[in-house]
Design a protein around this ligand. Structure first.
Ligand code: 0PR
Length: 391
């Protein structure tokens, strides 16, 4: 550490140099990210309220009430107004909370197991590792959809939880959530939905008349949902959301901190000090956009998705890994050859996509920062690369 502080100008110069290698969303090169540039107004609000700490809600009663209001609104969007919830640091924390609840609600199970799809996000492996839960992975069919028969066969007396995904990380697909619910109906099994990505896409796709299978609290068997503002909610990082149908769960397994200014309060998030700024920013985003603003944003993303799908169909040697349900597109080779070489050549040209080696696909996420001209440049580079490789 320096002994003497530097002048602001000098610090800024040093900083700029250090951050030179970072890409920006408006460069058009970030094609595989699930995050995007937050709404401008929300950024300003975030900075203004950056010191709010919901780790001690008694000090910030206004922010705490605002969070409750937001949870109600999200409940309405997700098919049940009576839910409780908490904003988190992201999908990984929310999924960890869900896994903990699943385990805690079944203390009699000595070797608890949770059943998830093979396309589940790595956060479930992390949570299982930390909580001593055995993760049972459901195999996928050739079209990357979850194999319902295999799902059923993995459920046994040690199953404390099952997970459905509404927007898989690799392809944005939706598990057969209603049918999975029917299989566990009447059992004492916690049913969690990971809609970290899909949560702020699917309600708006439905308004746009896309055929969306039931995935939210309208499915009676569902116990909780993860949905992240810092993905398609246009929120600032970090902001995740975790929502639970049965309020009594918090009373049963919530943590308590008796010494805080606001007195005792039950909570189930993992962090202590908890940023209020992103939550306030999300409250502002919902008011700035309204349902119609989100619908418009999602429509643009889907128009770009359709454009990309069309361009891929025009390139010999590659194809879609699956038909996109939302604004996530997986590209694979037509002849089954490894996708890795294409990915490497794309990266050499600075195109940053997601690479899923297990599924042999590269992922484009059509986030709001991805524009038509970026896609046009990207696909003409892709076409040249595929030609060069003679696929
Ligand atoms: N659940 C699903 C379905 C996800 O896709 C993700 C992350 C998570 C949970 C975990 O969310 P957090 O990252 O908020 O904890 N999905 C992205 C992915 O792994 C995260 C991401 C975002 C990756 C931006 C890269 C990036 O540039 O692909």
């Amino acid at each position: 550490m320096l002994k003497e502080g530097l002048e602001k100008q000098e610090i800024l110069k040093l900083l700029e140099k250090k951050l030179e290698k970072d890409l920006s969303y408006d460069s058009g090169l970030i094609l595989g990210s699930m995050c995007t540039e937050p709404l401008d107004f929300a950024k300003k609000i975030y900075i203004k309220y950056i010191s709010k700490n919901l780790g001690d809600p008694g000090l910030f009663l206004g922010t705490a009430a605002l969070e409750d209001e937001l949870v109600l609104e999200i409940g309405e969007l997700f098919g049940n107004k009576d839910i409780i919830g908490t904003f988190t640091t992201g999908g990984s924390e929310s999924n960890l909370i869900a896994m903990r609840i699943a385990k805690k609600l079944r203390p009699e199970i000595k070797d608890p197991e949770v059943v998830v799809s093979a396309s589940a996000h790595i956060s479930f492996d992390k949570a299982a590792d930390m909580l001593g839960i055995k993760l049972r992975k459901v195999q996928l069919r050739d079209n990357f959809e979850l194999d319902l028969n295999h799902f059923e066969s993995l459920i046994n007396k040690n199953t404390c939880g099952v997970v459905g995904i509404a927007g898989t990380t690799s392809l944005g697909l939706i598990d057969p959530i209603e049918d999975m619910g029917k299989i566990i109906e009447g059992e004492d099994i916690f049913y969690h939905i990971d809609a970290a990505f899909g949560g702020f896409v699917l309600p708006f796709l439905k308004i746009l008349n896309y055929k969306i299978p039931p995935w939210d609290f309208s499915v009676k068997t569902i116990s909780s949902i993860t949905a992240d503002p810092h993905k398609m909610g246009l929120g600032v990082i970090p902001s995740g959301g975790y929502f639970v149908k049965d309020a009594s769960i918090l009373q049963k397994i919530g943590f308590e901190i008796p010494y805080l200014a606001g007195g005792n309060f039950k909570h189930f998030h993992m962090v202590g000090t908890r940023p209020g700024g992103p939550i306030i920013a999300f409250w502002v985003i919902l008011r700035a956009l309204g349902i119609n603003g989100f619908v418009e944003m999602v429509k643009k993303c889907m128009d770009n998705t359709k454009y990309l799908v069309k361009r891929i169909s025009e390139i010999n040697g590659i194809k879609l890994a699956a038909n996109p349900v939302m604004n996530v597109v997986g590209i694979t080779t037509e002849n089954g050859e490894s996708i890795c070489e294409i990915d490497e050549l794309l990266r050499n040209n600075k195109w940053m996509l997601g690479k899923f080696v297990d599924f042999n696909l590269i992922r484009v996420v059509l986030m709001p920062h991805v524009k038509r001209e970026h896609l046009s440049n990207f696909t003409s580079d892709l076409e040249k690369i595929v030609k060069k490789l003679n696929l």
